[in-house]
Write a protein that binds this ligand. Structure first.
Ligand SMILES: *Cc1c(COP(=O)(O)O)cnc(C)c1O
Length: 355
């Protein structure tokens, strides 16, 4: 294993109060950085003080967006130990995104070791109260000073950390979702399955329109027929219809393969639910509602784990799901997955990596 040098800050920051934590606006004292060149491959992995970095204005990532990222979380479990949820799977997904964006892949074992070393150094930054966590943001950017269009020859890989507050401060507030049949997020053959900034840049306009109409997030339909459900802003989506859980298939290649989605599928099956991964049209969802069979709708993602959907608006219709409350199954899945994350429930799936 390559060595990771550590350069400690001389000037540690004051840590925020746990009750003041929000999402993504506070960063810890250190970050991990590693460089790539064609001659040396990935090299010079190091932990340095968190702070500004300098780039020339011609740096490729600013122009053509050749970049990828990940999102994971570290927790303090009930014994007070630092644990990370499925980091290896996150780095494997980073590599799949890398391939799609012509970015050189990383060694997932080395990345896990680097992450553990960084978390070990920053363990006092992991908040303790229920629902809080240390959010982990690994990312890779292209760094050639060149404004022609081609893959870059040099890259930088970073991991930065941000303590985040409980997603549900006033209990579970089901979100209001607007189904757009005008804008699309991804198409077959596009970059929808890669965690790449461009997908988000392209999604902002529709999200803003939805917010102007009073909705929290957008539900995307497929890019060809505007008919099949894909996913929500930063989350995958599940429907409970007539006792069964249904989530859109990843086969289209236009949906981000969420690690929470995968955890929910495995947990639900373990709890005895039938889970179907298949195409599901928006008509089927509204018809299920009309037939009184749409029991629950929820989003899944690292930030909130499970996010119940209370309202779905599509064309000229708006439906209320489960009386706008969090459903029994959503709650059961939330309790079981967060239970593993906080070490309250036995990790029978091998999802937890201790630091
Ligand atoms: C990251 C992400 C998700 C959720 O993935 P998790 O691994 O569960 O956090 C879903 N959709 C999009 C577009 C994403 O970027």
């Amino acid at each position: 294993m390559k060595e990771i040098k550590v350069f400690k800050t001389q000037d540690p920051k004051e840590k925020p109060q746990e009750k003041d934590l929000a999402f993504g606006n506070v960063f810890t004292d250190h970050m991990f950085v590693m460089d790539y060149s064609v001659e040396k491959g990935w090299h010079d992995g190091r932990i340095i003080p968190y702070g500004p970095i300098e780039f020339e204005p011609s740096t490729m990532v600013f122009h053509y967006g050749q970049a990828i990222f990940e999102g994971m979380k570290a927790y303090k479990n009930k014994e007070g130990n630092a644990v990370i949820f499925r980091p290896y799977d996150g780095f494997l997904r980073l590599n799949r995104s890398a391939e799609r964006l012509c970015i050189p892949t990383i060694d997932p074992d080395f990345a896990c070791a680097a992450l553990k070393k960084l978390i070990d150094l920053e363990r006092d930054w992991i908040p303790k109260s229920k629902g809080t966590a240390l959010y982990i943001r690994p990312f890779i950017i292209s760094t050639d000073n060149f404004i022609g269009v081609r893959p870059s020859n040099t890259y930088k890989f970073f991991i930065i950390l941000s303590p985040v507050g409980a997603y549900y401060t006033e209990g579970f507030k089901p979100v209001k979702i607007y189904v757009t049949d005008k804008y699309v997020r991804a198409v077959r053959g596009g970059t929808g399955a890669a965690k790449t900034p461009g997908n988000y840049a392209a999604s902002l306009y529709a999200a803003k329109m939805a917010q102007d109409k009073g909705y929290t997030q957008v539900l995307w339909l497929d890019g060809c027929e505007h008919r099949y459900v894909e996913e929500v802003g930063t989350m995958n989506i599940f429907f409970k219809i007539d006792g069964r859980l249904i989530t859109p298939t990843l086969d289209t290649g236009s949906i981000l393969p969420g690690i929470t989605r995968d955890s929910v599928i495995k947990m639900a099956k373990n709890l005895g639910y039938e889970v179907e991964e298949r195409l599901i049209s928006i008509d089927e969802v509204f018809k299920a509602h009309d037939d009184g069979k749409l029991e629950e709708v929820f989003g899944t993602g690292t930030a909130a784990v499970i996010s119940p959907v209370g309202i779905l608006a599509w064309k000229d219709r708006e439906i209320l799901v489960n009386d706008g409350k969090m459903g029994k199954t959503s709650k059961e899945l939330y309790e079981n997955i967060t239970g593993i994350q906080y070490g309250i429930i036995d990790d029978c799936f091998g999802w937890i990596e201790e630091v």
